[in-house]
Design a protein around this ligand. Sequence first.
Ligand SMILES: Nc1ncnc2c1ncn2[C@@H]1O[C@H](COP(=O)(O)OP(=O)(O)OP(=O)(O)O)[C@@H](O)[C@H]1O
Ligand SMILES: [Mg+2]
Length: 270
Amino acid sequence: MKPKSKILIIAGSDSSGGAGIQADIKTVTSLGSYAMTAITAITVQNTKGVKSVTPLLPEEIRDQIIYTSNDIKPDAIKIGMLHSSEVIKKVVGSLKKIKVNKIILDPVMIAKGGAKLINNEAIQTLKEKLLKQVTLVTPNIPEAEILTKTKIKNKEDMIFAANILINLGAKNVLIKGGHLNSKKVKDIFLNKSELCVFESFRHNTKNTHGTGCTLSSAVTTFYSCGKSIKKACELGIKYVNSAILTNPKYGKGHGPINHLNSMELKKKFK
Ligand SMILES: Nc1ncnc2c1ncn2[C@@H]1O[C@H](COP(=O)(O)OP(=O)(O)OP(=O)(O)O)[C@@H](O)[C@H]1O
Ligand SMILES: [Mg+2]
């Protein structure tokens, strides 16, 4: 097969391969598209935790975006962790130059252990400058709480927070429910005319490393290929659910999910 679309991923590297740029490339590839990258930071991590984070210079991030896109124009862009206000501003400036309409933002700001990964100034810049520029924003529960200054304990709270994000200028919102203790996982999709609650089977496993990165990349890929943004969310959630179910049980901590779940190897090289 040939790639169905071209995606630019702006995100950090996860040396363990389960999340970040590595999860994004695997997802885009497994769903049949071509992945390009602008790396924002290098992390040293394994399934048990993050040892260090080395950010790249904002100018290097901007140059990766512009130089790459000037040659191969992306059909859609997925944005992951942006660690500082300066980086966010550079990314916003770059997006204006390359003029791609389909942009998905995963506003990564909390580590699995609960620690804040970006400071308050960066959160403010994200809200003021980036939120309005993207097609869809996909916060998890703690991120939605920070962005909306609310507490989220149930589905109604998720819908309330999603409405606040729409009022702040977001076009489409997907609040991910992985962190709530509900029997089924509920992800809330909202825009000015539609509300949709996606309910999925909750797998009882600790191997959910990279579910958020994987979901936003899957949504970006489906959306880049012509699905509506709502349908792309539905299909992305199904892909992640199947990836959790078939996870390869790697590592001693929170292991990766199975990005290959959508694939079948047909060609053999001898
Ligand atoms: N145990 C689970 N079973 C089924 N689906 C899950 C489970 N945990 C998370 N998901 C799904 O995975 C997707 C990502 O949600 P989650 O809330 O985990 O995002 P996240 O916190 O940003 O992930 P990450 O920790 O990778 O940043 C959502 O569609 C959510 O419904
Ligand atoms: Mg996340």
